[in-house]
Design a protein around this ligand. Structure first.
Ligand SMILES: [Zn+2]
Length: 292
């Protein structure tokens, strides 16, 4: 998935390009890795499912595998391949979600899902990184706090202001410094990202927060993260004293006239529609429901 970490990759590439030194001999092999498997705990649920869990807290990754004891070995010759085909359909829709909804839900978590059948078992696997959207600057991790919009844009590029500007506010929880990623919107083709926000429900008035029950991937609202203006500054709203590294993406996004009106109607000058919770954006329908 396309994530904000890409900014870090660019910074890292710049640094590694400077420090690259020609090496004539192959590096020595590192020490052998210990192949230790963490202790596995079994538990039987009321519905008969056995859960086997092994924890290793040094890796920010969760892998869940559902195994069903029915697979190719249960097929007769006339139905060869049926088990794998049936198992592969598990990610293509359920009673409550269709294929797109399943894919979107998994992608919003930065994860992946797969299913299939082997000889003895059919499996569904999900792997996710449990951390939320974050920005890494020179090795320091900044977590997404919230994002909001201004109309017109707060930044002017070559003296020109855009119709709207989106600010994603990140905070380094260790030292309290902030980083803001700004995207300027110009009138043009409609934005699918803004459509998702509008469908999720915008706040009633400027200053209100909206919490979304749907996961919204902030990365979808970014243009080319490799091209940006950056500067050290302060927040544009109180408290303005905090240190902020600003990244204003060079390529503007576009929004339709109708979308601009939907936002500008509320904005007047400024509003703050969405707050991130553990990296996911959470909505309430009523506008003031702080549901965590
Ligand atoms: Zn702002």
């Amino acid at each position: 998935m396309y994530r904000l970490r890409i900014l870090n990759i660019i910074v890292a590439i710049l640094f590694s390009a400077v420090t690259l030194i020609a090496q004539e001999t192959a590096p020595l092999p590192g020490p052998p890795k210990s192949g230790q498997i963490p202790p596995v705990h079994d538990k039987k649920l009321a519905n008969g499912l056995t859960v086997a869990a092994g924890e290793r807290h040094t890796i920010p990754l969760v892998t869940v595998q559902l195994l069903v004891k029915s697979a190719a070995s249960d097929e007769d010759i006339a139905h060869a391949g049926l088990a794998d085909m049936t198992a592969s359909l598990l990610t293509k829709g359920t009673r409550t979600r269709n294929a797109t909804q399943i894919a979107e839900a998994i992608e919003a978590l930065g994860g992946s899902i797969s299913s299939g059948a082997g000889w003895n078992t059919s499996t569904v696997s999900v792997t996710i990184t449990p951390e939320g959207p974050e920005l890494v600057l020179n090795g320091a991790v900044y977590e997404l706090q919230q994002f909001h919009f201004h109309a017109l844009s707060e930044h002017a590029v070559h003296g020109h202001r855009g119709a709207m500007e989106q600010h994603a506010v990140f905070k380094n929880l260790k030292d309290g410094t902030m980083a803001v990623v700004g995207v300027i919107y110009e009138l043009g083709p409609k934005s699918h990202f803004l459509d998702r926000l509008i469908n999720a429900g915008l706040p009633q008035k400027s200053g209100d927060e909206t919490h979304s029950g749907h996961s919204i991937d902030l990365a979808d609202g970014l243009t080319d993260t490799a091209a940006y203006y950056t500067y050290a500054g302060s927040l544009t709203t109180p408290p303005c004293s905090e240190t902020v590294t600003w990244f204003v993406l060079k390529h503007p996004a576009t929004l339709s006239k109708a979308q601009f009106e939907a936002f500008n109607h509320i904005l007047g000058n400024n509003f703050r529609p969405l707050q991130a919770r553990n990296g996911r954006v959470v909505r309430s329908t009523a506008g003031h429901d702080h549901d965590d």
